[in-house]
Design a binder for this molecule. Structure first.
Ligand SMILES: Cc1cc2nc3c(=O)[nH]c(=O)nc-3n(C[C@H](O)[C@H](O)[C@H](O)COP(=O)(O)O)c2cc1C
Ligand code: SF4
Length: 662
């Protein structure tokens, strides 16, 4: 009989009626799991540089444990060697010595405190490792494709044995710390996958050769870890189902499926189906990849093994995993980024509060920060990584209740509005448009998944409604209005101003505004110059190129997409090339004439670009109301693009911070 850790009854949960398959129990090894929800292991760089667990790490996990409503909750993968060759992140948790057990136990306890099942993950980062040392280890010496990673050198047979033992020892520490499930991470180019792949394993000894040889170290790890875990602690493994490394002679999908069978034979109790590699040229989880794009791989995996198959990868909404579990094409809905963005996401699904979910927008800022040695934060969740600070995570009621006018119902204004209203203020949001959303109304029309950005506004709208924010749409905030209302505080969240072209004609007939183009109100010729090479300009350039226009992107920044994080920027660079967009960076427009424009580079070169239309996407701070408010002596805050034109993330974070400060 399978072991039950915590009793859960979902019969009163509305979500269990809407998504019954997500809330059906399952046995994993000898463990009874009451639902099909798993928070997948997530590095967050919140631990000490010495690998010890911190309060921030514990509180981060406590929130995610609450979110899985009794399901599986995994802590980040730990590295297991004292030398740190397997360490991939400066703040990665360590488990190479017994001295780490008490800290790890704090995480297991926090997860258990929420009646969730605590998962421990073993993750030697292999080719993605050696973050603090000169070089790393791997099955063979194969040069890195990505310059950001360190050189890797071939392990001797003795070192391979030592590495296997390190997994076993770390698993024992996880068990002693109180974890209930053990997982070996063979994800996206880390050590396990390095051994398995024909791209990185060129060994000729017992740990190389054909797929069976390349799996040998993994089989020994599974067997060793099973032994220390005993019958009651299931052992799972994350294994690549498609490496997407065809161009460097990686494994075939057939070979990958062989590894699934071998893992099952070796005693694995479940497999988490992963895909792609850091070094693959194919994107897997960015916003341009449609949700649910990969779930067919879980179905294929299930055709090869009998043990449960778990899978994440762009499944941000409950409908699809519920359907696939019901069709026996998947066993567990794994969730990573959706629970970075909203730790309580599945709990809200269970409680029928889906409109309160802050959906991940698949921008990959969280990852980009990890790889630059920064603590993880989230583009759209200002509280992420601040869970241990109650003043920040759940701002207390305001000492003095104020009447606040917020000018602008875009993402900055809305975030500020509900945050302040929840603290007891009387909040009035004005916008000259008769709809909320600000410039996201236009930004969401850009291609490659940007429509998903609108989920932020939907979430903020719900929160404003719940917090009792009053809206005055179709009403512009003016000097008269401020004089009449005389509020205690004014927040300017009016969005940016758009730069005029300083040269020649200034108000050229060719010139149209970015927003008018994006909402289809401006006439645009066949040859277009988009002026402004940050994200709004890029989105507009792609939007127009997809309509068949010949587009040139011209901007002052040294590279296009300066405001886009590097884990997503490469997607835009590629799409601009694919759409035939010519880009001139680090330049200004010197002249507008009948033919088009004259571009001037920073070092004085000039050249003409023919065009019928110039789209102004170059933005500036919007100071229009500042003086009026200041002259009345009213407390003033300026946030979002009105303060400094940046991106959606800055708008939300500004809004939250000012909302909790007023
Ligand atoms: C910030 C971040 C950290 C991650 N850390 C780990 C990790 O420690 N171990 C692991 O196996 N996978 C890790 N992953 C991969 C995720 O568990 C997950 O498989 C992947 O993000 C795809 O799922 P999603 O689309 O739900 O985000 C990480 C992903 C992200 C975004
Ligand atoms: S940073 Fe971006 S990708 Fe990461 S969880 Fe937040 S919204 Fe999602």
């Amino acid at each position: 009989m399978a072991k039950t850790l915590f009793e859960w009854d979902y019969s009163e949960y509305p979500g269990a009626k809407s998504y019954p398959h997500l809330f059906t129990p399952i046995e994993v090894g000898n463990l009874f799991v009451p639902n099909r929800i798993k928070y997948a292991a997530t590095e967050e760089n919140l631990n000490g540089l010495d690998g010890f667990i911190t309060d921030s790490g514990v509180e981060y996990m406590r929130q995610r444990a609450r979110g899985v409503v009794g399901g599986l909750c995994f802590m980040q993968g730990v590295y297991m060697d004292e030398a740190g060759k397997g360490q991939g992140y400066v703040g990665q948790a360590a488990a190479w010595d017994d001295k780490f057990i008490p800290g790890l136990a704090r995480i297991a306890d926090a997860i258990h405190g929420e009646k969730a099942i605590a998962g421990f993950q073993l993750m030697d980062c292999g080719r993605v490792g050696a973050v603090e040392v000169e070089s790393g280890h791997g099955p063979s010496t194969v040069p890195q494709r990505l310059r950001i990673f360190k050189p890797m050198y071939e392990m001797t047979p003795a070192e391979v044995k030592e590495m296997i033992q390190q997994h076993v020892d770390a698993a024992r520490r996880g068990v002693e710390a109180g974890f209930d499930v053990m997982e070996i991470s063979g994800i996206v180019g880390y050590l396990i996958s390095n051994f398995i792949s024909s791209y990185t394993n060129r060994r000729t000894d017992e740990y190389g050769g054909d797929i069976r040889g390349r799996m040998q170290a993994v089989v020994e790890i599974i067997q060793g870890v099973k032994e220390v875990c005993g019958p009651d602690i299931p052992v799972g493994i994350r294994l690549c189902s498609e490496e997407l490394l065809d161009d460097v002679r990686g494994n075939t999908p057939e070979e990958s499926m062989e590894t699934y069978k071998m893992a099952e034979e070796a005693g694995a109790d479940y497999i988490s189906c992963t895909l792609g590699w850091q070094e693959s040229i194919y994107p897997v989880i960015s916003r341009d990849i449609p949700m649910g794009n990969w779930v067919h791989l879980a179905k294929r995996a299930k055709e090869h093994v009998k043990i449960p198959i778990q899978m994440a990868y762009r499944m941000f909404k409950p409908g699809l995993p519920n359907e696939k579990i019901g069709a026996n094409e998947l066993d567990f809905w794994e969730i990573c980024r959706s629970m970075i963005a909203d730790p309580l996401m599945p709990k809200k699904v269970a409680e029928g509060r889906e409109d309160e979910i802050r959906h991940c927008v698949a921008c990959n800022l969280c990852l980009a920060r990890l790889f630059r040695d920064a603590p993880m934060t989230c583009y759209i969740n200002p509280v992420c990584a601040h869970e241990a600070n109650p003043e920040f995570a759940d701002p207390p009621a305001a000492e003095e209740e104020k009447e606040i006018i917020i000018a602008g119902a875009g993402p900055a204004g809305l975030e500020c509005a509900y945050t302040a209203a929840r603290r007891g203020h009387e909040v009035h949001v004005y916008d000259k448009r008769d709809v909320i959303g600000g410039t996201l109304n236009e930004a969401k029309n850009a291609p490659y998944g940007d429509d998903e950005l609108w989920t932020c506004i939907e979430y903020q709208q719900t929160m404003c409604k719940k917090a009792g924010v009053t809206f005055h749409l179709g009403t512009e905030v003016t000097a008269d209005l401020i004089e009449e209302e005389m509020p205690d505080s004014v927040v300017l969240a009016t969005g940016p101003a758009y730069s005029k072209i300083e040269s020649a004609a200034g108000d050229s007939a060719k010139l149209v505004n970015l927003l008018d183009v994006m909402n289809g109100q401006a006439a645009v010729g066949e040859k277009v110059v988009v002026w402004g090479n940050r994200k709004p300009g890029i989105g507009c350039a792609l939007h127009l190129a997809q309509q068949g226009k010949k587009v040139t992107l011209v901007g002052k920044d040294k590279t296009a997409g300066f405001d886009v994080n590097p884990s997503f920027k490469w997607r835009y660079v590629l799409y601009m090339r694919q759409n035939g967009i010519v880009t001139y960076n680090d330049v200004d427009i010197e002249e507008v004439n009948d033919e088009g424009i004259v571009v001037k580079s920073y070092d004085g070169y000039r050249w003409p670009v023919k065009c019928d239309t110039i789209v102004a996407a170059q933005r500036e701070p919007n100071e229009s109301l500042k003086k009026v408010v200041q002259s009345e002596g009213i407390e003033l805050f300026v946030i979002g693009d009105a303060l400094i034109p940046r991106n959606l993330s800055s708008a939300i974070h500004d809004g939250y911070r000012i909302g909790m400060r007023i």
